[in-house]
Design a protein around this ligand. Structure first.
Ligand code: ATP
Ligand code: MG
Length: 432
């Protein structure tokens, strides 16, 4: 016997019991982004490796150790499965001159790939929903993104997600902070872990992003970027806060929030919940005014965010999942040579009437077919025997209500199934 093949570690199947919740989320999100004037964009899953190295930054977790990078044996090119969407979205906008048409509000969704240690809320293939606004400089756009997200939580009925914001300031402010940070960390060399020592001179800000519990005390005591901010940075940050207060979005300033990618400046934020254990960040984003230029475009301010779909699905599941709704209207059971043929026509007529109908396949006794009908979750069994077929009728049996079955024409069956009327009332109405 040959052995079975399993999925790649950290890459999940989303099974039919689970997929409807995903679809519910996706449908909700599609309406939501449209409602704010965002237009969808779809990028490839594979990009040239250089795109991510140049944008995310060489000395980051993602580029140092999380990317699925390989040489395409056929072309000799180094390619990478996208670890995030922003770089690819900006690349696409530049490649197709979208910015010539003015500022852009864009959104996308799909799988991302990072070679991390799989655990609850952390996978190697996971899904993000991303929103990017290109060509907007002011804090009003940062605020729009936060207003949007807050509305999505409301629509989804998710409470207990709180907002933490911070600012990374302008480049000169970051440079001043960087120098002070290197001094501070160098003075505490013995307390640094291996990653932190390596990053001390290349990317010291990232040390503050460390999740290593042993380093938290050191991080708590580090010089704060907030203390180095210049007037421009402060003004942007304060205006954002003023808008958030005005629209009643509660937030907390977290001076330790630095985000794991190089391209951020000014505003950064995370939406965090305590209900998912260690992986509590469900949405994260900020401003990245330098990225478009860094990728070869004209200087263009921009900002955006990404949501972790798996984590949101977990929250939705905890909050009760989907309301019980039957997706199927009818299940056609049939037995007898004449009935089998007529049942095809019945199923098609009901579908013509806009109903969702399964035609029983695989034969078998009526009783067994009825058990299948029941198990399918359909609202009605549509029963066709030779007797019904001879009269061009069906027996309609409600499966989710205590109501007797009735012999009706196919047209009547469609009417009853569509309107959800009681069979007896429908028949009474039909009687002369
Ligand atoms: P972390 O600090 O948890 O590693 P990150 O800064 O790497 O997060 P982002 O790149 O900002 O995460 O991605 C945005 C969101 O995507 C995260 O807040 C999270 O919800 C989700 N996410 C990131 N990596 C994973 C993963 N490996 N599996 C599942 N979801 C993820
Ligand atoms: Mg990460």
């Amino acid at each position: 016997m040959s052995s079975t093949i399993q999925a790649v570690r950290g890459m999940n199947d989303i099974l039919p019991d689970e997929a409807p919740l995903w679809e519910f989320f996706e449908d909700t999100v599609r309406d939501w982004v449209r409602g704010f004037g965002y237009r969808p964009i779809r990028m490839p899953l594979l990009e040239k490796t250089d795109l991510f190295v140049r944008s995310i930054g060489e000395v980051t977790d993602i580029v140092e150790k999380e990317m699925y990078t390989f040489v395409d044996a056929l072309s000799g090119e180094s390619l990478t499965l996208r670890p995030e969407g922003t770089a690819a979205c900006v690349r696409a906008a530049l490649e197709h001159n979208l910015l010539y048409g003015g500022p852009q509000r864009l959104c996308y969704a799909g799988p991302m790939f990072r070679h991390e240690r799989p655990q609850k809320g952390r996978y190697r293939q996971f899904h993000q929903l991303g929103v990017e606004s290109l060509g907007y400089a002011g804090p009003d756009m940062d605020a729009e993104h936060l207003v949007m997200v807050a509305r999505l939580w409301k629509t989804l009925g998710l409470t207990e997600i709180s907002l933490q914001i911070n600012t990374l300031g302008s480049a000169p402010a970051r440079a001043r902070h960087r120098a002070r940070l290197i001094d501070y960390l160098s003075a505490h060399l013995e307390a640094l872990d291996e990653d932190a020592r390596r990053r001390l001179h290349t990317n010291p800000l990232r040390v503050l992003d460390s999740k290593n519990p042993a380093m938290q005390e050191l991080i708590e005591g580090a010089p704060r970027l907030l203390d180095e901010l210049d007037e421009v940075s402060l003004k942007h940050f304060e205006e954002l806060q003023a808008i958030l207060r005005q629209v009643d979005i509660p937030f907390e300033i977290n001076p330790r929030l630095v985000r794991g990618l190089d391209y951020y400046n000014f505003t950064v934020y995370e939406w965090v919940t305590t209900k998912l254990g260690a992986q509590g960040t469900v949405c994260a984003g900020g401003r990245y005014d330098g990225l478009v230029e860094q990728l070869g475009g004209k200087p263009t301010p921009a900002c955006g965010f990404a949501m972790g779909v798996e984590r949101l699905i977990s929250l939705l599941r905890e909050a009760g999942g989907l309301p019980e709704t039957s997706v199927l209207d009818g299940y056609v059971v049939h037995q007898g040579a004449r009935a089998d043929a007529f049942a095809w026509a019945v199923a098609e007529s009901l579908r013509d009437a806009g109903l969702r109908v399964v035609y029983h396949c695989g034969g078998g006794k009526f009783a067994a077919q009825m058990r299948r009908a029941d198990g399918s979750g359909a609202r009605y069994a549509v029963i066709v025997g030779d007797d019904e077929a001879a009269c061009q009728e069906v027996s309609l049996k409600p499966l989710r209500a205590l109501e007797a079955q009735a012999r009706v024409s196919v047209q009547e069956a469609a009417d009853i199934m569509r309107s959800g009327r009681q069979i007896s009332a429908a028949q009474a109405g039909a009687a002369p």
